[in-house]
Design a protein around this ligand. Structure first.
Ligand SMILES: O=c1[nH]cnc2c1ncn2[C@@H]1O[C@H](COP(=O)(O)OP(=O)(O)O)[C@@H](O)[C@H]1O
Ligand SMILES: [Mg+2]
Length: 202
């Protein structure tokens, strides 16, 4: 028997890989966005942006839809780029944004940062489930590793020596912001609990 069909409301291939891997145990049929166009991220918070994306996909498809909004908060930059992480410095791609971040932090001794992920499962009737995960660490002075996406090559989680880009998807999932948010979602749905349950993980 096939599990329930859920649309994954993101065009970010790195996120899709992590979401598919993290939720494999639920046996859900995860479906790509197809022709659905995601709205602009006009929210001031991860919660608002994740809800915008998940709701748009749920309404357009008539199916439950899952969206992640996430970002990197750098202490020395007063929490920037945060919700603007995907367009930091108006740079066009991950590699350019990493270089921009390194420029901004040149000579900075405080290299502490954290990742935040808010995952929202939205239903076509407008009901939302919200899950949040965080991961703290340090930013390197140059990129290391080839795996992952985004700022992964610059970020070493607390208690680790490797950057996220030097880890496998499984290793990253066990400690990452998104891994934690998705683990909370998985736990809430594991035993076929009512899908209306809301759980927020700090
Ligand atoms: O796990 C991660 N590793 C590295 N960078 C991340 C991670 N999570 C989020 N980011 C950064 O934050 C941005 C979050 O973007 P957002 O969630 O708005 O939309 P996106 O799905 O279009 O990328 C990513 O593009 C990436 O640069
Ligand atoms: Mg965003």
């Amino acid at each position: 028997m096939k599990g329930k069909q859920v649309v994954v409301a993101t065009g970010n291939a790195g996120k899709v890989r992590e979401i598919e891997q993290a939720l494999a145990g639920l046996g859900w049929q995860l479906t790509a966005l197809g022709a659905v166009t995601l709205p602009e991220e006009t929210g001031a918070t991860y919660e608002e942006n994740a809800a915008l994306k998940a709701c748009a996909a749920a309404v357009a498809s008539g199916l439950p839809a899952l969206a992640d909004d996430s970002g990197l908060e750098v202490e020395a930059l007063d929490g920037q780029p945060g919700v603007y992480s995907a367009r930091f410095g108006n740079r066009p791609n991950d590699q350019e944004r990493n270089l921009y971040l390194l420029e901004k932090l040149r000579g900075a001794t405080n290299r502490r940062a954290r990742f935040v992920s808010v995952v929202i499962l939205a239903y076509p009737d407008g009901h939302l489930e919200t899950y949040r995960g965080e991961m703290s660490g340090q930013l390197l002075e140059g990129p290391r590793g080839e795996n992952g996406f985004g700022y992964d090559p610059l970020f070493v989680p607390d208690g680790e020596t490797r950057s996220l880009a030097e880890m496998t998807v499984e290793e990253k999932r066990a400690i990452s912001h998104r891994g934690r948010a998705l683990a909370a979602l998985q736990a809430a749905h594991q035993h076929g609990l009512p899908s209306r349950q809301v759980s927020v993980m700090e």
